[in-house]
Design a binder for this molecule. Structure first.
Ligand code: OFO
Length: 169
């Protein structure tokens, strides 16, 4: 049986993963409206990944005899009006999520739940990959600047991203 404090922290993170899914869905709209279909694909994959992250914790709580409590998902908020600005916000958001996974690990350590620590290590590794992948797109966007041809080449590249359902834990 999972400790109550840890269960609450997991539930909070499930909400944050679902918020991430919602945020990326909202960001996708900008790229749909600007006909950047490769970026749209990138966000489609991102949305699916965030959903998988939420469901990984959802299922884990069930396995541990815990209870999932779903709360309201906040309205997605971002201010970016260009691809660079939006990806700056994606990176900031991923860094925030990394800090929340670390906070969740702190609770798992405090409650001496070694199984949860092992489970959460997967999420920490995933955050390292996410920050690197988002940082990579952002760096390219900064290099591209106002070069529309180069932006279309990056768009073509992002069209190849594929969602591979993660094996979590
Ligand atoms: Fe769930 O990894 Fe991004 O936020």
């Amino acid at each position: 049986m999972i400790n109550e404090k840890l269960q609450a922290a997991f539930n909070d993170q499930i909400n944050k993963e679902l918020y991430s899914e919602y945020l990326y869905l909202a960001m996708k709209i900008f790229f749909v409206e600007n006909d950047l279909t490769g970026f749209v694909n990138w966000f489609d994959v991102q949305v699916q990944e965030e959903h998988a992250h939420a469901m990984g914790m959802f299922d884990y709580l069930g396995e541990r005899g815990g209870s999932v409590k779903l709360e309201a998902i906040d309205k997605p908020v971002f201010n970016g009006k260009t691809p660079v600005e939006i990806f700056e916000e994606v990176l900031k958001h991923e860094e925030y999520v990394t800090s929340r996974i670390n906070a969740l690990l702190d609770v798992a350590e405090e409650t001496k739940d070694r199984a949860a620590i092992i489970f959460l290590n997967w999420y920490l590794k995933e955050q390292v990959e996410e920050e690197a992948s988002v940082g990579g797109v952002l760096a390219k966007l900064k290099l591209i600047g106002d070069d529309k041809k180069a932006l279309l080449m990056l768009d073509k590249d992002l069209a190849t991203r594929v969602f591979n359902p993660p094996v979590i834990g």
